[in-house]
Design a protein around this ligand. Structure first.
Ligand code: TAP
Length: 483
């Protein structure tokens, strides 16, 4: 099928919140130098809806030759793009942000179909945050000289960006918006299970009149990601994904002059003290670990509850979990959608089996799982010790490990007892306790009496094996500038 036809496929078809809102073509090409094109070797792969296992589309699979073409296009575009006044680059970013808002219904449905997450999350969380991110960095584009990085900070060149599947469009926004605002050009590889919203974004770049080659999108597998980060003409590598791949990337760029930021895994502690308002804390625990089926790097996957309120809190939590609705992610009332892939479901299942084998006690919300698709009921484990695998390893699914503590010092020690250091939460009425505990936590983000709240103005990133560098806020500019 001709590639030209494919690019026109994301046409708006007003309809209720259903798949008919967005028209998905049977196949898509790579987006290189402003055009959709087949992979050099003609390879393709299928992307499926995780809630039905139905094939949504066939997508070009990039290889090393395509990576090279895309990097060359980005290099060529860099000359003019970086020379534009910041105020001109800002106009493009504002335009992109507005088009995202205008087309957010299509994008929300597309993301829900390809990822499996509930439409109320894509509609009310992902999409507004994506647009906000472009608006925010558009605002920085003409103020870089005043951002506190010294006089005349310069862009790095071509940014090679590799992102995961849990927030496909939001991770794209976190990567592309600051890169473009600072005058860099981009080659981005989305995750293989969620390529569609990135291709839709490519269409938005064309609609916004973005100069050719400034943004290139390469759909493909891990080998394309590897070829991209190892390409000698890439100046900046930005990666979000697993700690294992992050470490491999760090090794591969060691000794080069590439600048690197890594956003990796997490095992966030959500700490509930005995003076916390229980109902509010229960909502925060639910948001912390069941938002996006727990497939969130900063999820509150370890609940640390003060011993004196443990029974009351767990009763209340189980009652609340029993009310969550699992099912069709396109239904506006759905709370828990599908797991993103069969592989991820297998990983979650294996880790929960390990939890039981090691002696933790399992409780799952009573809900019926659809027969097709990849599903996992909201689950919690009690009788968990710090030595248990489910207390240490990232599960990246709707599974909560419950531990208890007696004193604030014990809570801090347990929270910090992790290879990761991405996020934490504190629930207490005492402001002084919030400050004292937050100061001792080795976590990049600490939420107080809330969880999983995001804002483009706030820097986000990890300690320890959760990675390095910050995305978001003024800090997010630094990774794209030669300061
Ligand atoms: P990964 O398997 O690491 O995949 C992430 C991306 O890297 C995908 O696009 C993947 O392509 C690509 N990739 C795979 N092997 C590569 C290689 N050798 N070189 C370069 N790129 C390669 O992670 P995932 O399963 O998609 O995502 C889950 C993980 O991401 C979790 O550990 C989670 O905590 C982490 N995560 C972290 C954050 C932040 S902000 N810290 C946010 C979201 C997710 P394929 O899709 O083809 O494998």
């Amino acid at each position: 099928m001709a590639m030209e036809k494919k690019t026109a496929a994301f046409e708006y078809a007003p309809a209720p919140e259903s798949r008919s809102v967005v028209d998905i073509a049977p196949s898509y090409g790579l987006f290189i130098d402003g055009e959709f094109t087949e992979a050099a070797d003609g390879k393709v792969f299928k992307t499926v809806s995780p809630s039905t296992e139905e094939v949504l589309s066939e997508v070009a699979r990039a290889g090393a030759e395509d990576v090279d073409r895309a990097v060359k296009a980005a290099r060529k575009a860099f000359e003019k793009w970086s020379a534009l006044p910041g105020s001109e680059r800002a106009k493009y970013l504002f335009r992109i942000a507005r088009i995202i808002q205008e087309r957010s219904r299509e994008l929300a449905v597309l993301e829900t179909l390809d990822n499996g997450k509930p439409i109320k999350e894509t509609r009310d969380a992902d999409l507004p945050l994506v647009a906000a991110h472009f608006f925010y960095y558009a605002g920085w584009a003409d103020k870089l000289d005043h951002a506190g990085f010294g006089a005349n900070p310069r862009p790095l060149g071509v940014a090679g960006q590799v992102i995961p599947w849990n927030f496909p469009l939001l991770m794209l926004a976190w990567k592309i918006a600051p890169a473009l605002a600072t005058g860099n050009t981009v080659v981005l590889k989305p995750a293989e299970t969620t390529p569609l919203s990135a291709l839709f974004f490519a269409d938005i770049c064309r609609q916004a009149g973005l100069p050719k080659g400034v943004v290139n999108i390469l759909t493909g597998y891990g080998d394309a990601g590897q070829a991209l980060v190892e390409h000698p003409d890439v100046n900046k590598v930005a990666f979000t994904g697993s700690t294992a791949v992050g470490k491999a990337i760090a090794r591969s760029v060691a000794g080069t002059d590439k600048k690197v930021t890594l956003e990796l895994g997490g095992k966030g502690a959500n700490i509930v003290f005995d003076d916390a308002p229980i109902d509010q804390a229960v909502e925060g625990i639910v948001t912390g670990i069941f938002f996006n089926q727990g497939q969130v790097c900063c999820a509150g996957s370890r609940l640390l509850v003060q011993e004196s309120i443990q029974d009351e809190l767990l009763d209340s939590l189980k009652r609340r979990l029993s009310t969550l609705r699992l099912g069709d992610p396109l239904d506006k009332n759905t709370d828990i959608g599908a797991i993103n892939s069969a592989e991820q479901l297998a990983r979650i299942t294996a880790l929960t089996e390990t939890g039981e084998a090691e002696g933790a006690e399992r409780w799952s919300a009573p809900c019926e799982l659809p027969s097709a698709g990849y599903w996992f009921a909201p689950t919690l484990f009690t009788n968990v010790t710090q030595a248990h695998t489910i207390a240490r390893d990232e599960i990246f699914g709707p599974v909560l490990s419950v531990l208890s503590f007696r004193t604030p010092d014990e809570a801090v020690a347990k929270a910090n007892n992790s290879q990761y250091g991405l996020s934490a939460g504190i629930w207490t009425e005492k402001g002084s306790r919030i400050l004292a505990v937050a100061n001792k936590l080795r976590a990049g983000v600490v939420w107080a009496n809330t969880f999983n709240k995001f804002d483009p103005t706030s820097p986000f990133g990890g300690y320890k094996e959760s990675g390095f560098g910050r995305e978001g806020g003024r800090h997010g500019l630094e990774g794209y500038l030669d300061v």
